[in-house]
Design a protein. Structure first.
Length: 368
């Protein structure tokens, strides 16, 4: 189920609350304003939901416009054990090839085990996805798979799910929170790529990232880069060769927009410091794609003036000119293993958080 409609999503949560007698048998429901505050929604959204439930007979409105449950059609809570386990796969992102493959892997496992899956997605905001997860138990969700960004709002949601005892697997980094997770092996993949650049060209490697400086020390790709530089006796160049792409203002919630539409001018001050020939590792394919454009605008050529490699190996990376050397990860396997781990957590429980890593393979191409 895709929760693209806030009203539809809220209606499902509300019906679950009615079935669970959240309103303690009160004759009338709280006011629209009170409901808006409780469900963190606008009064217009609450009004549309109530109107729809009145229209289908679930609720009744009296002459004083007070709303109460229709005792004839009151929703009933499902009986325990009467349905297969239902997992939620929640992500705020465009369905790019990585997300598509992770989702396919999750669906593979769900179908294999005859489980149920709800998709909680948005291409517009993180908040709508995280708000839905606040109501996961009342939606009949037995476990959550969450594609996580390094933002405080995600930390808060992960903490609430853990405190509520909801089985959870984070696809990505859980930060310092005690949640099970699965990620690509960012450290070893980046180490192998940067090590190969150093081995092939015998010079320091530049590292380009969009991570905020506060997050950089805990970023596994950056840690892999630093280890490769240190292992080759190039530690003194790490600080000067680290390029952080800043937006000129506080980072927006919507990280994907930054990936897709990052201005090539953000690369200009860093590119001016690179004296060809130079070697560059980009933190992901989207950064590498924009860097290619910046290199072209500067009158330089990837593969001749600049050896460029990247993490991820999305289909477009192979179509760049020249094709981009990249760290390839089986993202479908990430999805499958994530669902498998969540199934274990939801049925048998886990004594402690489990952290899985899927290997990354460096694919050498003409860009280096």
């Amino acid at each position: 189920m895709n929760y693209h409609s806030k009203t539809n999503r809220l209606t499902e949560v509300f019906i679950c609350d009615l079935a669970a007698d959240r309103f303690n048998g009160e004759e009338y429901l709280p006011s629209e304003q009170r409901l808006a505050e409780q469900y963190r929604a606008s009064r217009n959204t609450i009004r549309r939901m109530l109107d729809a439930l009145i229209s289908d007979g679930t609720l009744l409105r009296d002459e004083n416009r007070r709303v109460r449950i229709n005792p004839v059609q009151a929703p009933k809570a499902p009986l325990a054990g009467s349905r297969p386990l239902t997992f939620a796969w929640a992500y705020a992102a465009y369905t790019d090839p990585m997300i598509f493959n992770i989702t396919a892997g999750i669906q593979d496992y769900i179908a294999e085990q005859k489980l149920e899956l709800q998709l909680i997605t948005s291409q517009e905001s993180h908040e709508s996805v995280l708000c839905a997860l606040d109501h996961a138990p009342r939606l009949g969700i037995d476990g959550v798979l969450l594609f996580s960004y390094r933002q405080e709002c995600y930390d808060r949601t992960i903490s609430r799910l853990l405190n509520a005892g909801t089985p959870l697997v984070v696809v990505g980094s859980p930060g310092n929170l005690p949640a099970s997770s699965i990620t690509a092996d960012d450290f070893n993949g980046t180490f192998a790529a940067v090590n190969r650049l150093i081995e092939k060209h015998g010079r320091p490697v530049w590292f380009i990232t969009h991570q905020e400086p506060a997050n950089l020390e805990n970023d596994d790709r950056y840690r892999g880069y630093r280890q490769a530089m240190r292992s080759s006796g190039l530690e003194e160049y790490i600080s000067s060769h680290t390029c952080i792409l800043l937006n000129g203002e506080a980072p927006k919630y919507w990280a994907m927009d930054q990936k897709l539409f990052r201005s090539v001018y953000q690369f200009k001050p860093h590119l001016e410091r690179m004296e060809p020939p130079a070697s560059v590792f980009c933190c992901d394919n989207y950064v590498a794609n924009r860097f290619y454009l910046a290199v072209r605008e500067a009158g330089l050529t990837v593969g001749r003036d600049l050896a460029v490699a990247s993490f991820d190996d999305l289909p477009f990376a192979r179509r760049l000119d020249p094709p981009l050397a990249a760290c390839r990860v089986d993202t479908r396997l990430i999805g499958y293993r994530a669902a498998q781990l969540l199934h274990v957590a939801a049925t048998d429980g886990l004594a402690a958080p489990v952290h899985l890593k899927v290997p990354a393979e460096f694919i050498e191409r003409e860009s280096i």
